[in-house]
Ligand binder design. Structure first.
Ligand SMILES: *[C@@H]1O[C@H](CO)[C@@H](O)[C@H](O)[C@H]1NC(C)=O
Length: 179
């Protein structure tokens, strides 16, 4: 009699723990930040093996010691390499002046980088401190560039990241070149 009550209690407790565990896991998987990262990967057309890299890319220095600052440096280089490569592939006779002009356009924070980032909705995703404006061009731009470092590291190949950038931005650049 007594032992069956105990058994009942144990089973009940175990069930409760299981349910709780399930609820916690579910909550973790579907936090707004995680959902936003899922959507972002679809927009990019790239699925991360290690989502932590994308998390870091979407973390501003004001939010955490683990942030996207160094990623943004590599990302800027990936973007420049991709643009130089594609423009030269299209026209080996492009003048250095023209090439530099295109590169300075693409690396402009306000007119290019922040625009691309805002179009992806990064200002709504990037994690910042409460005092930081996540729509500030420097913040959006840093997050945008950091994406391409994250893809480079995740895939082990900067070329993959360059192609993702080119697919996102290339159409526009093509028309700019044609003008
Ligand atoms: C945040 O930055 C954006 C873009 O520069 C600006 O339009 C907006 O007014 C800023 N918001 C605040 C609260 O400062």
């Amino acid at each position: 009699m007594r032992s069956s009550t105990v058994r009942c209690f144990i089973i009940f407790t175990l069930l409760l723990l299981l349910l709780q565990g399930h609820a916690t896991t579910h909550k973790l998987l579907s936090s707004p930040f995680s959902t936003a990262l899922e959507t972002l990967q679809k927009q990019l057309g790239y699925t991360f093996k290690s989502t932590d890299l994308l998390r870091r890319a979407m973390t501003h220095a004001s939010f955490s010691e683990e942030n996207n600052k160094a990623f943004a440096i590599l990302g800027a280089t990936v973007i420049e390499t991709s643009v130089s490569f594609h423009l030269l592939s299209k026209d080996v006779d492009i003048s250095p002046k023209e090439l530099n002009h295109r590169l300075s356009q693409i690396t402009n924070v306000d007119s290019s980088c922040a625009v691309d980032g805002t179009r992806l909705g990064l200002h709504k995703i990037v994690r910042v401190s409460p005092k930081t404006n996540s729509s500030a061009p420097a913040v959006v731009c840093g997050a945008f560039r950091a994406i391409f470092a994250a893809i480079s590291i995740d895939s082990g190949m900067p070329d993959n990241a360059g192609n993702v950038f080119w697919n996102l931005h290339g159409g526009e650049l093509g028309s700019a070149v044609a003008i």
